[in-house]
Each structure stands twice: as C-alpha cells, then as structure tokens.
Design a protein around this ligand. Structure first.
Ligand code: BTN
Length: 328
C-alpha cells in the first residue's frame, strides 16, 4: 500500500480483500492507524461514490461485490439523486434505444433506465453497429430536458463526463474523453454514447441517452486494436451495480447543472477530461466529407473549435474525429 493512497483507497482495498464478509471498523482502524470515525467517514464517501457496502453495528462493513443487474433498481434507492431512476430490465434486447423510444411513445417518466444484458442490434453513432455481448453495461436513460434543442450537444458532452467520472469513482483508472463523448482508457475506447431525441419544433419531448460500457465483457478480436474493457485493464471483474450507481449519480449531478443553467460547469469538467484539445485531428462529417486540422477549444455551446490546415476557424457540431499521433 503506498503512502500516497488516500484513506478511502486504503479502506477500499481492505474491504475488497474480504468482499462478501464483514470486517470490523476497529480492525480497519487498527490496520491503518486511524480512528474508527475516520474509517466510518471513508466508508460513507465510498458509498456516495457508488460502492455497495453494508454496515452492521456489531460486525462492521461488508463490500457487496454484486454484478447482478436484475435487482439494480433496489440498489439505486439510496442514491441521493434528483432524478428518480426506474429500471426496465431485459435479458436480451434488440437495442435499448428502440425500447426506450417505444416506451416514450406511450408516455414514460423521466429517469427511466432501459437496460439489457445483451443487445442483438446495438447501434452506435454515425449509423455504426455496437457490439453488445454479456458482461457489459448497455442501457438508455430517458430524460425530458427543458432546454432548447441546440443545447442537446451539451447533454451529449455531459453524458461522456458522467461515464468517465463514474469509472474514476469506483476504480483507479484514469479515463479521458474524445470529442464529443467517446470515453478512452489508454487511447482505446471503453465506452460510447449515443444521444437521440424526439424533437417537436423548439421543444425536446424526450432525449434518449444510450450508454455502452465495456466492463467485464470480451472484446471481439476485430476491434481489439481500438477498444478495451475495464476488466482487461484492471485484470479483474468489477461490480456492474457499483459502476451503474456511480455513473447514474454523476449523470444526475451534471444534468442538474444543465437544466439550472450552469453550462459553463459542464464545459469545465469536459475540458478537464479531454484528450482531444490541442491534438491534430481529422473530423469525419460524413463518409465522404472530412476536415483536417487542430482541435483548439470547446465552445460554450459544446461545439468543437477547429483550426483547419488552411487556417480557417470552424465550429463543429457533429461528426466523428480521429486523433493524429504526429503533426500533419
Ligand atoms: C458510439 O460510440 O458509437 C455510441 C455507442 C452507444 C451504445 C449504446 S449501448 C446502449 C444503447 N443502445 C444502443 O443500441 N446503443 C446504445
């Protein structure tokens, strides 16, 4: 255990070491040379971040290492969120985006989460297929954001931030964001986000935040050079319930910022996680149309400001980018 680790990290590694069994607060306090109060505070912070830890007045603390998403809704109950999350669970779905859309057609509450263990027709941005085998997190959050349609770009950015921060909250990994919202670990994609919406003139009736995270699933060989999973990097499985809790808590926080008018906060968080800014990039606006340049900054509306090879300054609202390693 390095001395640079925070008390929370140290408590977490003790609890993980005996996941499924109780360790008393006194024992943890004596191993770490701190007070029981400090241990209890660290445990509370870990719970707030998403970790599922049972407390017993006599037995102490027990890390619940659950990967079972069937009862996820129960594990979301104690989350201090403004959104009231409700989970619609499927062992298998075509795409959680499609199910969320049909639920919305019949009227559904904001905060509904449609989740599937696997998807047969998972889809990604720019019409691509999204491979969704068992072991990953494949879900869509239904929102009713009271914002004008152009602000949907910010919704897309904040969703990427929520996933990256959620991963940081329950692991020691250090994800980054590729504009607009690809979540990268060691420059490989670990999560992707697809934001779709039902828009009526100047009103967003529903927004569908589709989130796919490679957690404990196998990465197919054909995409192994560009994709990775949390399991692959940590060398062990992680609790998808803890990760879901962490992501949904972060999503709630950032979504509140958006609807209460603090878009600058979202931009600040996004910038702090960005791996795009400053890089030479190619922007694919469509299969045929591409722009080469340098990613200069992010605008307050969430668009990417690019200086092209011809020294023109452009604002990009939609597209797919690739980071170039060497100066073009
Ligand atoms: C991308 O990076 O291209 C976005 C990928 C989004 C995948 C998720 S998985 C859950 C939801 N259902 C889908 O069909 N797609 C999104």
């Amino acid at each position: 255990m390095s001395s640079l680790e925070s008390l929370e990290d140290k408590v977490l590694s003790i609890l993980l070491g005996s996941a499924g069994s109780y360790v008393s607060g006194a024992e943890i306090a004596s191993i770490l040379g701190v007070s029981r109060m400090a241990v209890s505070k660290a445990v509370n912070n870990l719970k707030k971040k998403g970790h599922v830890i049972k407390s017993h007045p006599r037995l102490g603390y027990c890390y619940v290492d659950i990967d079972d998403l069937l009862y996820l809704e129960e594990y979301l109950r104690d989350l201090p969120t403004r959104l009231r999350y409700r989970v619609v669970y499927f062992e298998e779905a075509t795409s959680t985006q499609d199910i969320a859309r049909s639920l919305a057609d019949t009227g559904v509450n904001e905060g509904t989460v449609v989740l599937a263990e696997k998807q047969s027709c998972g889809r990604g941005r720019m019409g691509r297929e999204w491979i969704s085998p068992p072991g990953g997190l494949w879900f869509t959050v239904v929102l009713k954001p009271p914002i004008p349609p152009p602000k949907i770009t910010l919704l897309s950015l904040l969703s990427g931030c929520a996933v990256a921060l959620g991963i940081m909250d329950i692991t020691n990994l250090n994800p980054h964001l590729k504009w607009p919202n690809d979540v990268l670990l060691n420059e490989k994609k670990v999560a992707g986000i697809l934001v779709e919406a039902n828009i009526e003139t100047d009103l967003i009736r529903y927004a569908f935040i589709g989130i796919g995270v490679n957690v404990n699933n196998e990465i197919p060989r054909e995409i192994a050079n560009i994709a990775t999973s949390i399991n692959q990097l940590l060398g062990h499985k992680v609790s998808r319930v803890a990760l879901m809790r962490a992501i949904l808590k972060r999503l709630d926080e950032l979504y509140s910022k958006l609807i209460y008018g603090y878009s600058d906060h979202i931009i600040k968080v996004w910038k702090s996680l960005s791996s795009t800014l400053g890089k030479r990039i190619i922007v694919y606006l469509s299969e045929k149309e591409k722009i080469k340049g340098q990613a200069l900054d992010i605008n307050k509306d969430g668009s990417l400001i690019v200086k092209t090879s011809e020294n023109k300054i452009l604002k990009i609202y939609y597209g797919d980018i690739i980071h170039l390693r060497h100066k073009a």
